[in-house]
Design a protein around this ligand. Structure first.
Ligand code: MTE
Ligand code: MO
Length: 430
């Protein structure tokens, strides 16, 4: 008898044995997983092709890829959010497909103004000049000689959720909230390099400029530079991906993604911000009184339920089923302290639990175990951080900001769950 036949027999024997136990005993062992054992299930009693022949050698694919069965787990672009071509567009992360708080590099959202350059690291230089004692030009090898640190932080485009100020635009979580991702970044704190370079006391601002075709430049106040700004070359244990700024990018933990200049080529220190001279762009928000908010940098406390969501509805559930509600919370101003869940559009709240790592300026995963009743719901999440911020209602946010802005939306997000378990993107205006 071949070993695979033996294996098959022992599987049958296992099935017979376990089938003797009462359904009740199995159900008690696992209250959440529905038991669907059938004596004639071919997936149990028959050998599958992959179990009867040798698999691939790793030499076939030295850099591994996900299982082909995961082919739908992709970044996606919307025609509504591109500026004329796919080079200047934004690829959104399927946040509903992620686990834990780390975004795999191939799924990290990507926002480019001039396409993705493929930079030869041997020909890339970082110039540091302006109001410094000792201007420097560093090769990548020289830069990496600084002792490195690794930190988990999200990057969020401040336009995340921005198309929805007036109302829901996308009946998906990927398009409505996927302009963000979270990774473990490896690099050096800028303050450590500046200790070498010697910052002059008049230096109040830093211009960061990219080496891509857009030469995107952003101005950063010196306090942030000396606090936790990093130059990073590592992303989740490997070199930055080209989409994220290979070989180096600026990382300003918690602050607007657009300030995190990719393909970083130049840092210049000055006493005045560059946008005062209209040389670099800067994001503003228009308020109902016609005035614009000019200085906002950190992304506010925010959260979204990723399961269920329009892409992951509850149509397969039966009344009485136990199900886990999961989502992500984050704040650019601190650490997530707690997340509440509402089933009635924000009238009543219960507290979710935070699971896994809870870190400053990082995604934080929350969870709530729920008994599904098959009734219509308005399902919302509301996060708060340790700096004392809490997400506003849509009504509160509109009363301050109106609906004309694009950036920094962080109002409580709500999914409508229908009687059938379908999930729709809605806004609760009361
Ligand atoms: N050089 C350069 N840096 C850039 C950009 C760019 O187009 N060029 N896009 C910015 C914007 S608008 C955002 S939101 C973030 C996105 O980072 P990601 O593509 O790694 O997700 O990068 C920023 N850094
Ligand atoms: Mo952005």
């Amino acid at each position: 008898m071949s070993s695979s036949n033996k294996e098959q027999l022992s599987r049958r024997a296992f099935f017979k044995k376990s089938a003797q136990y009462s359904v009740g005993a199995i159900a008690a062992a696992s209250a959440i997983a529905p038991v669907s054992m059938k004596a004639d299930d071919p997936a149990i009693i028959e050998e599958q092709p992959w179990a009867t022949q040798l698999g691939d050698p790793v030499t076939k694919n030295r850099y591994g890829l996900p299982s082909p069965y995961e082919h739908n787990v992709l970044r996606r672009n919307s025609k509504l959010l591109r500026s004329g071509n796919w080079q200047a567009s934004i690829a959104m992360t399927p946040i509903h497909e992620l686990m834990g708080i780390i975004t795999p590099n191939g799924l990290f959202f990507s926002r480019c103004h001039g396409g993705i350059p493929h930079i030869d690291p041997n020909k890339h230089r970082l110039m540091i000049h302006g109001l410094v004692e000792k201007p420097l030009v560093l090769t990548m090898d020289e830069l990496k000689r600084y002792p490195n640190v690794s930190r988990i932080h999200f990057i969020e485009c401040p336009a995340n959720g921005g198309p929805e100020w007036r109302g829901p635009q996308f009946n998906t979580v990927q398009f409505s909230m996927g302009m963000m991702s979270c990774a473990e970044w490896t690099g050096v704190y800028l303050k450590d390099i500046l200790a070498d370079v010697g910052l002059k006391p008049e230096a109040r601002w830093m211009l960061a400029e990219g080496g891509d075709s857009s030469h995107m430049g952003r101005t950063v106040p010196i306090d942030k530079v000396l606090d936790d700004a990093m130059i990073v070359w590592g992303q989740n244990g490997e070199a930055l991906r080209p989409e994220q700024g290979y070989p180096i990018r600026l990382l300003l933990p918690g602050w607007e993604g657009n300030l995190c200049v990719k393909w970083l080529a130049r840092l210049e220190f000055a006493s005045e911000p560059w946008y005062a001279k209209e040389e670099t762009a800067k994001y503003t928000a228009l308020k109902p009184d016609g005035k614009a908010i000019q200085h906002f940098y950190a992304n506010e406390v925010n959260s979204v339920i990723t399961s269920p969501c329009p892409e992951k509805p509850w149509t397969h559930l039966k009344k009485g089923d136990i199900v886990e509600i999961e989502g992500l919370a984050w704040s650019g101003m601190g650490t997530i302290e707690g997340v509440d869940i509402s089933f009635d559009g924000g009238k009543n709240w219960v507290e979710a639990s935070l699971k896994g790592l809870v870190l400053p300026k990082a995604w934080t995963r929350f969870s709530y175990i729920y008994k599904y009743e098959g009734k219509p719901l308005l399902l919302s999440s509301r996060a708060r951080d340790d700096a004392g911020h809490i997400q506003p209602t849509v009504k509160q946010e509109r009363s301050v900001m109106g609906v004309e802005s694009v950036y920094h939306r962080n109002a409580i997000k709500t999914w409508q769950v229908t009687e059938k378990g379908e999930v729709n993107n809605v806004q609760v205006l009361s």
